[in-house]
Design a protein. Structure first.
Length: 423
């Protein structure tokens, strides 16, 4: 593969994005309603990651694209993103594949702006597809020229296609939801832990698969931690996403809002207390903190996808390991503390890269963070940092020599859409 030429084009794409920065940011705010702060941050991180693509080339040496010249990879993108979605597209492209990409129907302005830049730089190597999601999946599954499907979304959305995908012997690379635990031990640096929780919980108004949702706090510091988190949350500005000072804006999906309402109602009925927030106006969900949560509650079982936190007390490292493992999702876990932090991390951590498993594996996590901000543990994610998880947070369905393989754990789309060159 001519990596040097491809990297030149990716750098040229980054420069074009910078030229169109203002229009891209305005389009993102209009389409998906993320705050100006979050959209600017995402744009800057994306440009940095695009420029780090040159570091991916050594990982692709000795590999060839999954697709032949007349074949393609079908890529289905989520609605909760704008600039960063290009990292997924260009990872598959750098591996040497042609890409057929489906943006969310929720982001028409972003799609058109980005498509114009792609057409100018990449020609027909990357094609945009405007079919409805179900029609696109039907095309990707039935068309023999599509060698793999890369999909972001909900496990409940992708699972109905399992039989058709397996019958077609298509490779599926799936990146799904999270219900991530955030663990705070009694010897943690409380200020650092609360600051990180505030930042990662309310970024994108909680609409990220890596947003902490199940907050576990050791009983000795439970009350003081909650008070501190309330104070940090009070400092947030809620409202218009176009206002540069806004921290939390309306949730994109009406379905997510209805789910949040149901989760809160369920939690109160089962003994939890809302100690801050709880107000919902249309799609505007105000930052909300729920305490005395337990695992019978929907908010501790499902992805929340909004600015709502459920806080649960624990008494020992062994107990919090048991609680953290008790989930159908296994994307990312964060731990703040000293003495027992590594013990807990070792108990929760999965493989460094995809591993073959007999069945969906629960109780492991693809990324573990100990006393580190998300900005560090997620650095160069999707480029050289593999991401992904266990359970229903993501998987790869693959066929090797005609035999089905199920794999789970962190992954790179570039590696998974390429194959080792046979000697």
């Amino acid at each position: 593969m001519d990596f040097e030429k491809k990297i030149e084009l990716i750098f040229a794409f980054a420069e074009e994005m910078i030229k169109h920065k203002d229009n891209l940011i305005k389009a993102a705010i209009k389409d998906i309603g993320f705050t100006y702060k979050d959209t600017i941050y995402e744009f800057e991180i994306t440009i940095s990651r695009l420029k780090s693509f040159k570091n991916l080339v050594p990982l692709l040496q000795g590999r060839e694209p999954l697709c032949k010249q007349d074949e393609e990879v079908a890529l289905i993108l989520p609605y909760n993103g704008s600039s960063w979605l290009n990292i997924a597209i260009l990872s598959v492209y750098l591996a040497g594949n042609k890409v057929r990409v489906k943006f969310s129907s929720k982001s028409p302005r972003i799609t058109k702006l980005i498509e114009n830049i792609y057409n100018k730089i990449f020609g027909d190597a990357i094609k945009f597809d405007y079919r409805h999601g179900k029609e696109f999946m039907k095309y990707a599954i039935e068309n023999p020229k599509v060698k793999a499907i890369v999909a972001f979304g909900s496990d409940s959305t992708i699972m109905p296609y399992e039989k058709a995908i397996l019958n077609a012997k298509k490779k599926l690379i799936f990146e799904g939801p999270g219900n991530d635990p955030f663990i705070v031990l009694k010897d943690a640096n409380l200020e650092e832990a609360v600051r990180e929780l505030t930042m990662t919980k309310y970024m994108y108004s909680g609409q990220a698969c890596t947003a902490p949702e199940r907050i576990y706090v050791q009983e000795e510091i439970y009350n003081i931690f909650i008070q501190s988190f309330i104070e940090y949350t009070k400092s947030l500005k809620v409202g218009d996403p176009e206002d540069p000072e806004t921290d939390v804006a309306p949730v994109i999906s009406k379905r997510a809002v209805e789910n949040i309402k149901g989760q809160l109602k369920d939690a109160i009925a089962k003994g939890a207390k809302i100690v801050y927030g709880g107000k919902i106006e249309g799609n505007l969900v105000y930052p909300t903190i729920v305490v005395d949560a337990n695992h019978s509650m929907l908010g501790m079982q499902e992805e929340i996808f909004g600015p709502v936190s459920y806080i649960c007390k624990f008494d020992s490292p062994e107990k919090v390991i048991e609680l953290a493992r008790d989930s159908k999702y296994g994307l990312r876990a964060t731990i703040y503390g000293k003495k027992d932090a590594k013990f807990i991390a070792n108990a929760l951590k999965g493989a460094d890269y995809l591993e073959e498993v007999e069945e969906y594996t629960f109780g492991k996590f693809g990324t573990l963070s100990i006393n580190e901000p998300r900005s560090e543990t997620w650095k160069d994610a999707l480029v050289t940092k593999p991401i992904g998880g266990y359970g229903y947070s993501g998987w790869v369905w693959d066929f090797v020599d005609g035999k089905f393989k199920l794999k789970q754990g962190p992954k790179l789309f570039s590696i998974e859409t390429s194959v080792a060159i046979k000697s």
